[in-house]
Ligand binder design. Sequence first.
Ligand code: P6P
Length: 342
Amino acid sequence: MSPKISLTRYLIEKQRGRQDVADAPGAIPPQLRLLLEVVARACKSISLAVTKGALGGVLGAADSENVQGEIQKKLDIIANEVLIEANEWGGHLAAMASEEMEGIYVVPNRYPQGEYLLMFDPLDGSSNIDVNVSIGTIFSVLLKPEGAAVSEQDFLQAGHQQVAAGYCIYGPQTTLVLTVGDGVAMFTLDREQGSFILTQENVQIPPDTQEFAINMSNMRHWAPPVKRYIAECLEGADGPRGKNFNMRWIASMVADVHRILTRGGVFMYPWDQREPGKPGKLRLMYEANPMGWLVEQAGGAASTGTERILDIQPTQLHQRVSVVLGSRNEVAHMTSYYEREA
Ligand code: P6P
């Protein structure tokens, strides 16, 4: 039986890199290895809190709103605090940014500052917490630009500049999914040992699919290309697509993306006319960029409908974006409807 590879061993071997190839892709610096191990440890703590549910008194809403104007769940706040407290003292970060905090969190002067920036959605899919459906933590890592004191401007880097990204899904299993730029690996939490164990490497998304994920209740608000694409999927084998489609919508991006990384599919949260001034619902910096990079690293595609998500130059920390991601041939087919409309 092949030996179990822990996340620690995986990252140490990544840090060692390939001795025969200088600057081999995927070789990671020690500080980045430390950062990823600390984030993984924080996710284990969050998983424990999530698993307790009502027994831990952590369900239900807190009496506060986040920067998005959304009612915060108690676990949103707990998860955010766990990530801040786990990462602020290690010396690997200059600052953090979170869906749950308006401004950036600069590492306090009492701790050494590092060269990385960490962004996260501490608990994505919060509406599912109280009904026991999978939720997760999404994170993205950037290098702090050289020079002056860290500022919010330092975070405003395009998604293709990420140095690491991943998520931890709290479902029937607690699974950490990670990329450092040379493919996607999955680690399942062995609760008896308390370690994340490598369970899949070089994850590949099937290029074609017959499964789409979108919130159908918004259909009347969609732009014409989305209406046409979904209508043709629903026409099935008798329609222009010549095949039947299945639909899934978990209302937890982490869970929908995990399904797509595991068996393919296309996930969509497009612009709609409910709030025409907003480009979409999902956030660029700590939802679409990390998930988009993971999907691309697994052979998929991630678009706004009209441009590659990872090429967007951010202007605001909490800016939103339209998202179409998943099996690359299906994403290309879907985005072709926008081109025809142009
Ligand atoms: P809706 C969760 O709140 C989230 O940000 C994503 O995880 C999820 O895909 C989406 O919103 C669900 O949105 O409008 O279907 O509730």
